[in-house]
Design a protein. Structure first.
Length: 265
């Protein structure tokens, strides 16, 4: 990223630390518990478009005592920032145009599921609404033992619209996902681990070290194998057994050809 882009990210409350194989995205508004804005979502999408080449792992974290307290309530009063659209304006737009705007926000989270990357959310403190959805957008989640997940959109008369509903249902099932969304209750770290929302729960002081260990585990596997495995597992839910076995055969053939140094037909 250029120096100008770094300034732009900082003004929106984001920080990007870019290494050869690991990119770390930090929500950096600790004074607002890393509350999110539409400008953040647009810039997250730009980060995703810029991450090419050698980067294999993306870590998403929050600075201070919270991962993210969700949508910045200032957005609901019209303080949306440059390039973003306020809720009142969205409500008055033609349906197709309004949904296109929301889609542009969704792209800020959606790229974290790319098969050429493995994304890891390191979550401490509150992960509410958009914060919960950002954690759900990642492939893997490590939670500090003080983490609290909450889907609070319903209490505002809204719905989760940043791509969080599918991974929530895929992870915990329809009935539990419905209960979590309708009740708006907090899911404590221990329950999150029990129902599959967390891959690991660690003491808060060990969150950074545990995240580094997981990054090292991902990087230890060959990149091509990781991408094929991720694609196989991500698509498994929508395939029959025979379709999944066919996908496995095709993926294995590609891996064998790659390991043998042979070009694809």
């Amino acid at each position: 990223m250029t120096e100008l882009a770094e300034v732009e990210l900082a003004e929106a409350g984001l920080r990007l630390d870019l290494g050869e194989e690991v990119a770390t995205i930090t929500l950096d508004r600790p004074e607002r518990l890393n509350a999110q804005t539409p400008r953040m979502w647009l810039l997250l999408a730009e980060i995703g478009r810029a991450l090419v080449g050698t980067v294999r792992v993306v870590v998403v974290r929050g600075s201070g005592r919270a991962f993210s307290a969700g949508l910045d309530r200032a957005y609901l009063t019209g303080a949306v920032g440059p390039g973003a659209v306020g809720p009142g304006e969205l409500a008055r737009m033609p349906a197709e145009r309004a949904e296109a705007v929301i889609e542009s926000y969704q792209r800020g989270f959606g790229w974290l599921r790319r098969t050429d990357l493995v994304s890891i959310a390191a979550v401490q403190g509150h992960a509410i609404g958009a914060g919960f959805q950002l954690a759900l957008a990642c492939d893997l989640r490590i939670l500090a033992d003080d983490a609290r997940l909450q889907m609070a959109e319903g209490s505002l008369g809204l719905v989760p619209d940043l791509g969080g509903t599918k991974p929530l249902v895929d992870t915990v099932g329809y009935a539990r996902a419905l209960e979590i969304c309708l009740s708006g209750r907090r899911v404590e770290a221990a329950e999150a681990e029990r129902i599959g929302l967390a891959n690991l729960v660690v003491p808060a002081a060990e969150l950074a070290a545990a995240t580094s260990d997981l990054v090292a585990t991902v990087l230890a596997a060959p990149r091509g194998a990781v991408a094929e495995i991720k694609a196989l597992l991500a698509g498994a839910g929508g395939r029959s057994r025979s379709e999944q076995e066919a996908a496995e055969r095709a993926a294995q053939r590609r891996r064998l050809a790659d390991l043998a140094g042979l070009a694809e037909d």
